[in-house]
Design a protein around this ligand. Structure first.
Ligand code: PMP
Length: 363
């Protein structure tokens, strides 16, 4: 489609064009119901099928055994910062966290507000969050109920490429790398992902939960904030964000059927991010501050030598149809997000632009 730009926003961001086309083609009449999916009652078989099939696809693509359930909630990643400690621990319990910057710190602040014995057992603030702590060196406290980490740090552009090997269950905020790669979920008790980045549309939050961990949940949780409610009611306890779930479902179908699954998706994501990192490392005008081993395959952050050059770069990129390359407002600089829907072609165009910009500034 020739009037569309290349979208590098950190989320909400690009959606796969085939998904937009499918949504468009069935917008007024979903599956011969004579209604838009936006007009369907959440109690219809159509909506429940979309919810159930989305869960089944996530289970298949993430290699989740029947020990796990997938539920779809509202309230974003931010509500999970509270629901995780509420459901997986009791007041006074030990819970361990890794601090890798902005979103990890929000999760820590939320959990602390609930009166848990929270300890930050590893952190990357000593080097301005330009790396993630080495997975092999992470040690949890005995009796801690879980270890929480943010697998991909959207703001600072770092990523854990493996789960730490620890003797307690892991809770992973995978908001910005969910279904971008193959993972082994066996060390996890809970994985959650807000939308919209790699899958979904904002309004829906996917939560993967190991059922057995909920046997110890407090009995006095408010019904709405209890994972067990949403498992029992098949993510349809109260009005779900039907349209957001529907778009997520279309994206899941696209990953599974068009792309060929998460392994194939991962390959494309590595190709895209490697091309960009290689170019940045070879071009003196651009500098990626993130240590090589910790670099995110989703969010590539980089700097130019001065603030005014950065502003010029972002402005000229925008004028060339390359949108969303400014860094997070707390960081400045530049950030390019390469979620599943961003094509290799988009990255090639960006690199071409960056190359021309570097030649022009003659740095
Ligand atoms: N975790 C991560 C890693 C994120 O990137 C974000 C949002 N960008 C959140 C949590 C918060 O999600 P929400 O805005 O839906 O609360």
């Amino acid at each position: 489609m020739k009037d569309r730009v290349y979208n590098f926003y950190a989320g909400p961001g690009a959606l796969p064009l085939p998904v937009l086309e499918r949504v468009h083609s069935e917008f007024f009449n979903y599956n011969n119901t004579g209604m838009s999916v936006m007009e369907l009652s959440h109690r219809t078989d159509e909506i429940q099928h979309i919810i159930d099939d989305s869960g089944a696809r996530i289970k298949r693509m993430m290699n989740l055994s029947d020990e796990f359930e997938v539920i779809f909630l509202q309230g974003g990643g931010s509500l999970q910062f509270l629901m995780v400690p509420m459901n997986l621990s009791h007041p006074g319990d030990k819970i361990d966290y890794i601090d890798t910057g902005y979103w990890a710190e929000k999760a820590i602040k939320a959990a602390k507000s609930l009166g848990r014995d929270l300890e930050i057992i590893a952190a990357s603030g000593d080097r301005n969050h330009t790396y993630v702590p080495n997975s092999d060196s992470i040690q949890t406290r005995s009796e801690a109920k879980y270890l929480h980490l943010c697998t991909n740090n959207t703001v600072v552009g770092t990523q854990f490429h493996n789960f730490p090997k620890v003797p307690i269950p892991i809770v992973a905020d995978m908001s910005s790398d969910f279904l971008s790669k193959a993972i082994d979920p066996s060390p996890c008790a809970c994985i959650y992902a807000h939308a919209q980045k790699n899958v979904g549309l904002s309004g829906v939050t996917a939560v993967v939960i190991r059922k057995s961990i909920l046997e110890n949940s407090p009995d006095d949780l408010p019904e709405l904030l209890d994972y067990r409610t949403h498992i029992e009611r098949k993510s349809n306890y109260h009005t779900p964000p039907c349209f957001s779930i529907y778009v997520m479902w279309q994206i899941l179908r696209w990953i599974e059927e068009d792309i060929g699954g998460v392994e194939a998706m991962e390959k494309i994501n590595w190709q895209k991010s490697s091309a960009l990192y290689d170019f940045i490392d070879a071009t003196p005008l651009f500098d990626c501050p993130v240590e090589v081993e910790s670099r995110s395959r989703m969010n590539v952050v980089f700097r130019l030598p001065t603030k005014s050059l950065e502003e010029q770069f972002i402005q000229e990129a925008f004028e060339s149809g390359l949108v969303g390359v400014a860094g997070h407002r707390t960081q400045g600089g530049c950030r390019v997000s390469l979620y599943n829907a961003v094509t290799l072609d988009a990255v090639k165009n960006l690199i071409e632009f960056m190359d021309k910009f570097a030649q022009k500034t003659n740095y």
